[in-house]
Write a protein that binds this ligand. Structure first.
Ligand code: ADP
Length: 486
């Protein structure tokens, strides 16, 4: 632990030099927990570097595809080994650069390793040869899966390791080469991840890092040589990328998007209060509410609402807010000043509108970081919220049991469809909600945190993404093209 805490002076924070030329703008990377600590810097890729990286990725794609799934699997598994061997450095960057708490960082590293191993398995199973198909007149037809070409993987800061490397690993497993653009807030952990993949034997041109902000993402996705994009981020950016892809001459690109959410949980009078309390607080406030799956709107049946809220507030008041490297910490900072300001504006607007608001007080020593006091706000309906509030802010709505159908309709009417939670022990309620809710991941009588890579595909529909879901049985196939020989 001491090593993790002292790493801001360690060599891993030196600026990664992954771009060929020393041109382009340099921006400092500051630790969210204390913006006075500069932990490194980011140099944005230039247009020439983007074009050159795509050219090199295109040149080696056929060779990478021809290597075959089993040999690619060995390299992806070795990358997983490298991640495990360098866990200290990766964890410390997740904590310092992204403001993750130590347990969150550990989970994230685990997820990244699981993705690498899972997609390695898929490479072995799906890309090791061809599959026999029954032909119309009894002759044997064969189906072969192959890479599509160069994939762009554009990722967010909230899982700067797992969502950075997961889609890239899937693309590589399928025989594509990859240009990967991490979020502008978290290029250092991405640079280390790429370095470890290269150390594992994945060739430099097969997997390339293109650091930068949205304009670099736009340059990548405007290039006609990009065969597909795997994107995780906001719904607005997904639309912008879709427009860029559509405006290009050349091949029609595959677009895989995981975007926002307005995740709700419904709790009725049959729920177990202690369990609800634990699950609500974890779902809303773990990772400072910065998980795609995080709970934003809690629907409480009116006859238990006051008691339930009192219990939830008790647990909420006990949350430890502070240094993310401290094992006791439950809630760390949000990613940056912009995120903090947007959340503060939202809370202020609700307060001004007269909504009941409970906020935790922040300790004075946190003033130099981007901490947002965990907040609970009562509102009338999920439809009162116009946007996703990506942070430690939980909204509460009271409903009558006769309104359950309307509640699910309102949740669907947000247009998002990522996660939904339900706490109920009444027969038939689970089936009622399950049949109506348009969501990708439905969590019953548990918290609504994440998914197990091997067995629980994760992702949404509608404004939340295009599916199929990360980790699932169909995900890797989206990165591949199918060829039939008959
Ligand atoms: P978030 O709200 O999580 O920051 P964004 O959608 O803004 O979500 O960012 C997710 C990723 O998309 C980041 O890597 C960001 O740099 C990138 N990005 C932002 N704008 C564009 C764009 N117009 N084209 C391609 N990528 C973009």
């Amino acid at each position: 632990l001491a090593r993790l805490r002292n790493l801001e002076t360690a060599s891993w924070y030196a600026q990664p030099t992954f771009c060929a030329e020393e041109s382009g703008e340099v921006a400092p990377i500051n630790a969210p927990q204390d913006l006075r600590i500069e932990i490194g810097s980011r140099r944005d890729s230039t247009d020439e570097e983007v074009a050159d990286a795509i050219r090199r990725a295109e040149a080696v794609q056929q060779g990478w595809n021809a290597l075959g799934g089993p040999r690619r699997a060995v390299l992806l598994e070795e990358a997983a080994n490298q991640f495990e061997a360098h866990s200290d450095e990766l964890l410390s960057l997740c904590i310092r650069e992204a403001g993750k708490t130590l347990p969150d960082a550990v989970l994230e590293l685990r997820e990244a390793v699981d993705f690498l191993r899972f997609y390695a398995g898929e490479a072995r199973n799906l890309f090791g040869g061809s599959f026999a198909l029954a032909g119309p007149t009894g002759e044997e037809n064969r189906l072969t899966l192959a890479g599509r070409g160069v994939f762009a993987c554009i990722s967010p800061w909230n899982f700067p390791l797992a969502i950075f490397i997961g889609p890239a690993a899937a693309a590589l497993a399928a025989g594509n080469t990859v240009v990967a653009k991490p979020a502008e807030q978290t290029p250092l952990v991405a640079a280390l991840a790429i370095r470890l993949c290269h150390q594992a034997g994945i060739p430099q041109d097969v997997l390339q890092l293109l650091p930068g902000a949205g304009d670099v993402g736009a340059a990548i996705t405007s290039d006609p040589r990009i065969a597909g994009v795997a994107f995780t981020g906001s719904s607005d950016t997904a639309r912008a990328i879709n427009r860029n892809l559509a405006a290009r001459d050349g091949a029609i690109a595959t677009f895989i998007a995981e975007t926002g959410g307005q995740n709700a949980m419904i709790v009725d009078s049959s729920a177990l209060p202690e369990q609800v309390t634990r699950d609500v607080v974890a779902s809303a406030f773990q990772s400072a509410g910065q998980r795609c799956s995080a709970l934003r709107v809690l629907y409480l049946q009116d006859d238990i609402a006051d008691d339930m809220l009192a219990m939830i507030r008790g647990a909420f008041d006990a949350l430890d807010i502070g240094d993310p490297a401290d094992l006791a910490t439950d809630v760390g900072p949000v990613i940056d000043d912009d995120a903090k300001a947007a959340l503060e504006r939202h809370v202020a607007r609700r307060k001004k509108a007269g909504a009941p608001v409970w906020r935790r007080k922040l300790a004075r020593e946190l003033a130099n970081g981007t901490f947002v006091a965990p907040t609970i706000i009562e509102i009338g309906s999920i439809l009162d919220l116009k946007r996703e509030n990506f942070g430690p802010v939980l909204h509460v709505v009271r409903y009558r049991s006769s309104e359950l159908g309307q509640v699910v309709e309102d949740i669907n009417a947000t247009g998002y469809g990522l996660t939904l939670g339900l706490h109920s022990r009444i027969e038939g309620v689970r089936e009622f909600v399950e049949a109506r809710a348009k969501v990708g991941n439905f969590y019953v009588n548990r918290n609504q945190i994440g998914a197990v890579v091997e067995s629980q595909p994760f992702g949404g529909e509608g404004l939340s993404g295009t599916g199929p879901k990360a980790g699932g049985p169909h995900y890797v196939a989206r990165f591949a093209t199918e060829r039939v020989t008959c």
